[in-house]
Design a protein around this ligand. Structure first.
Ligand SMILES: *[C@@H]1O[C@H](CO)[C@@H](O)[C@H](O)[C@H]1NC(C)=O
Ligand SMILES: *[C@@H]1O[C@H](CO)[C@@H](O)[C@H](O)[C@H]1NC(C)=O
Ligand SMILES: *[C@@H]1O[C@H](CO)[C@@H](O)[C@H](O)[C@H]1NC(C)=O
Ligand SMILES: *[C@@H]1O[C@H](CO)[C@@H](O)[C@H](O)[C@H]1NC(C)=O
Ligand SMILES: *[C@@H]1O[C@H](CO)[C@@H](O)[C@H](O)[C@H]1NC(C)=O
Ligand SMILES: *[C@@H]1O[C@H](CO)[C@@H](O)[C@H](O)[C@H]1NC(C)=O
Ligand SMILES: *[C@@H]1O[C@H](CO)[C@@H](O)[C@H](O)[C@H]1NC(C)=O
Length: 767
């Protein structure tokens, strides 16, 4: 990933990723999250808050420092956050009402065509069935929102649902008059950030719900943006930008602030989630993540559990740390963890050879409408170093368009060539490179195009064999319907989850590459020439940050269409109807390798909203099931209490097997591993039905379902089955590594009906 940003002037904000755990340093007061046992609250206190404040004021410190209260939490946990000295902490820990303490940590960001690609249509399918999400409220925890964006216009929306308890806060360049029937809530949570990082007003970020970065406006408009008629990115992707749930309401909870990077303090994230639950959101979308720790240390896992208890659906980004295994973030099983895929749209420039006989197409997202006609092209031919643009002589290339050859040895990459082109003062370039798909829109700060090595060879042949080689280049071309799509984005974090490998993650793939959505108009987005930035109202961004709100918006539509579905049922519907084939009828490709990916890359597959509307059967999960799983992980009762907020629970049914719509077998060092899964299906279609199991297993995997036929008496009737999977590593000469991601499927086919309920079965080594 780092090699993708070698040029100082190219800022790729969304590639930054986690790693940040604050360790308490002795002496200096620090921020802590304190979990309390509220059953120990003396009766004299009228509220938890008063009790916490009184507890804090009873603490003393030899240096005279007084505890500083930040937030009281009511829904996500019982407790508060505060700035405390070591002496304060020691006194707190003596109290029998103290449950647990966690130091502040920081999370990080993970960035209109998409609705069409996903098959959403105005007059049929999930859009009309879900009323376009009209009565639903999506809470987005992000970097704020740009309320004036066309994507947040409220034309034609009915009044705000009366059950809504949220508000629009006043702050820097923001007040209640910026909200409307689309943006119905906007709050900002910066206390934690102000304590441990930069003072926000000094870093120019707005100390208010207003978006400084653009990220929050982008994710919100993906989830629920209104139809914005003339959206485009410098002439690319022209068309209508529209969110997944275009009539759903948006409530922004700003928790990400600009420091040296864009970070979110755990205390602020907990406060944002607490308030969103209080305000009454139906769905939460979080395109940020904290490093994977046991769930009791992760504010998103804790907050999402509280949301689960209130029936709120939580969608989170899987992280941008791919393509290696065990890079998943937000892997708690009560969260829907969303990986990123490409869509069937590419940005290009056409290169025509001087003789006009041949035109080839390459990747370019140069943000100007430029047509260069019949210009001579420089090629350092005869000198390999110059051919590769390893060492260009400014005297030879300044002001010219140059051609740089492909280095099959891999020693010279396109980024190095671009750097050389820029420093030597060339006007523009054609690079023969296999790296085109990995280039981001903001990388194109000069007029250049990357053609694949096959076209590069044609061009080289033409240049070498003509006395006076010229080319014409037409920039700013958008190609639609490109194949194969989707592919698993190289950056998308991969499973299994390090801390919870018994549940397959990610759950699902959704669009996350070059997505056009709202942006902040006052901040440069596209670098151009050497120190200029172009402004834009709509930006193309990539990341699981972008795939997460797609899933959140679709979940919103599903919730609107099926008010009685639990969050697990909604996720199950998305997963069992997901696509594992691309638009060229092949298995979904991992763009890193160019070969078929596995469920460790794409989960159950690529989200298909219209099919998810009518899944036939769902795998439902109750709160007690998640507790049984935490028990199976051997969490202490204190940890389980911290996560669930429940004082009473039992671990009599501890298990590592959840009623999940996917199956993962963790291999041992033994030759054969046999795992038995217990599952229960719920019929969510009208009337009675019969389903028959079909297993497709690869060699080395044996899977047996019992019973193979299940009858459902009517809607909501349930039936159990058992799947036993045996993996034999000892047989044959297949290398062990082949079993990492070896996969098959279990499908329940409705007899004389149309429903198909498919789950991946995948094997992997334990971390
Ligand atoms: C909000 O701010 C705008 C612009 O500064 C101002 O015109 C308006 O009166 C303010 N509204 C409220 C409710 O404070
Ligand atoms: C942040 O800086 C502003 C302006 O310099 C100042 O008014 C404010 O008190 C500071 N806040 C904190 C928490 O230091
Ligand atoms: C190729 O060009 C480079 C840079 O101008 C120069 O240093 C090198 O000597 C040249 N090699 C040959 C074989 O001419
Ligand atoms: C090379 O081509 C350019 C552009 O077509 C033309 O202007 C120039 O005269 C040509 N030079 C020679 C030597 O043919
Ligand atoms: C939980 O503890 C039991 C008993 O010590 C052990 O067998 C099991 O492997 C542990 N499970 C996990 C997930 O660590
Ligand atoms: C791995 O092997 C050990 C002993 O060989 C066994 O106790 C354990 O259950 C196995 N784990 C799995 C996931 O099969
Ligand atoms: C596993 O298989 C290998 C190769 O067939 C064999 O040599 C070895 O003894 C087997 N190990 C066990 C524990 O069965």
């Amino acid at each position: 990933m780092e090699q993708l940003t070698p040029l100082g002037l190219i800022i790729s904000l969304f590639l930054f990723f986690p790693i940040a755990t604050s360790l308490p340093t002795s002496g200096r007061p620090r921020t802590y999250i304190i979990h309390m046992d509220i059953s120990a609250m003396p009766g004299a206190f009228s509220s938890h808050h008063n009790w916490y404040m009184s507890t804090l004021s009873s603490l003393s410190s030899p240096d005279g420092f007084s505890p500083l209260h930040l937030y009281t939490y009511n829904h996500v946990m019982d407790g508060f956050s505060a700035v405390l000295s070591q002496a304060h902490l020691d006194q707190l820990h003596e109290l029998s009402s103290h449950l647990a303490t966690y130091p502040e940590t920081f999370g990080h960001l993970h960035t209109t065509r998409a609705p069409t690609f996903l098959g959403l249509k105005k007059h049929s399918g999930l859009w009309p069935a879900g009323g376009f999400g009209e009565d639903m409220i999506i809470g987005v925890l992000d970097s704020g929102i740009w309320p004036e964006s066309e994507s947040f216009n409220d034309e034609g929306l009915p009044p705000v649902p009366t059950r809504w308890r949220g508000a629009c806060e006043t702050g820097t360049e923001f007040n209640a008059s910026y909200c409307n029937r689309k943006l119905i809530g906007a709050r900002s949570f910066s206390k934690g950030m102000q304590q441990e990082k930069q003072n926000i007003s000094k870093t120019n970020d707005y100390d208010s719900p207003r978006d400084f970065l653009g990220h929050g406006s982008h994710t919100s408009s993906i989830a629920a943006g209104s139809s914005a008629v003339a959206a485009e990115y410098f002439g690319y992707a022209k068309g209508k930008a529209i969110g997944m749930a275009p009539k759903a309401r948006i409530a922004m909870y700003k928790v990400l602030f600009f420091d040296e990077s864009y970070d979110a303090a755990a205390t602020d994230v907990l406060a944002g989630l607490d308030q969103a639950i209080e305000d009454g959101v139906d769905v939460l979308s979080l395109s940020l993540g904290f490093i994977e720790t046991p769930f009791d240390e992760n504010p998103i896992a804790i907050g999402a559990f509280a949301a689960l208890k209130k029936g709120i659906f939580v969608s989170c980004s899987a992280g941008n740390n791919g393509p290696h295994a065990y890079t998943i973030l937000n892997g708690a099983p009560w969260i829907t963890t969303v990986g990123a895929g490409t869509i069937d749209r590419e940005f290009a420039a056409h290169v025509t050879f001087g003789d006009g006989e041949l035109t080839v197409t390459g990747k370019s997202v140069y943000p100007e409408n430029l047509f260069v006609s019949d210009i001579p092209i420089y090629f350092g031919h005869g000198n390999r170093s110059k051919e590769l643009c390893n060492s260009l002589d400014p005297k030879e290339v300044a002001g010219k368009y140059i051609f740089c050859d492909f280095d099959s040895s891999g020693q010279t990459n396109a980024y190095a060539q671009i750097y050389e082109m820029d420093t030597a003062g060339a006007a523009g370039a054609i690079f023969s490179s296999s790296e085109g798909p990995f280039f981001r829109p903001t990388d194109f700060f000069k007029p250049f195009v990357l053609v694949n090595p096959k076209y590069g060879d044609l061009l080289k042949h033409y240049i070498i064999n003509s006395k006076n080689a010229t080319v014409s280049i037409r920039f700013q071309t958008t190609l639609l319907g490109t194949k194969p799509a989707p592919q698993v984005a190289y950056f998308s974090s991969r499973g299994p989850d390090r801390k919870s490998p018994w549940i397959l993650k990610p759950d699902i793939l959704a669009p996350g590459v070059d997505i056009l959505a709202a942006w902040v108009p006052n901040r440069g987005f596209a670098p151009i020439d050497d120190d200029d930035y172009l402004l834009t109202d709509y930006a193309l961004e990539s990341g699981t940050s972008m795939s997460c709100p797609h899933a959140a918006g679709i979940a919103t539509l599903l919730k609107a269409a099926h008010r009685d579905w639990s969050s697990a049922a909604i996720r199950s519907a998305m997963m069992t109807t997901a696509e594992v084939f691309d638009n060229a009828n092949g298995r979904i490709i991992d763009m890193t390798t160019g070969v078929a990916g596995t469920p460790l890359d794409f989960g159950a597959g690529h989200i298909n909203p219209n099919k998810a509307m009518d899944p036939g059967l769902v795998y439902d999960i109750e709160i007690q099931d998640y507790i049984n799983y935490l028990c199976g992980l051997n969490y202490t009762s204190k940890q389980i209490r911290t996560i669930t907020g429940m004082r009473q629970f039992n671990c009599d049914s501890a298990t590592l097997d959840l009623n999940y719509p996917s199956f993962i077998i963790l291999l041992n060092n033994t030759n054969t591993t046999s795992t038995t899964f217990q599952r229960e299906l719920t019929n969510v279609a009208e009337g009675s039905s019969v389903y028959r199991a079909v297993v497709r297993a690869p060699s080395g995997m044996k899977a047996v379902v019992q019973p193979e036929t299940i009858t459902f008496a009517g809607k909501y009737s349930k039936a159990k089955f058992q799947l036993t999977v045996e993996i034999d590593v000892g047989v044959g000469s297949i290398p062990e590594s082949d079993y990492f991601g070896n996969y098959g499927f279990l499908s329940w086919y409705e007899v004389n009906g149309k429903h198909q309920v498919t789950s991946p079965i995948v094997s992997a080594f334990a971390p």
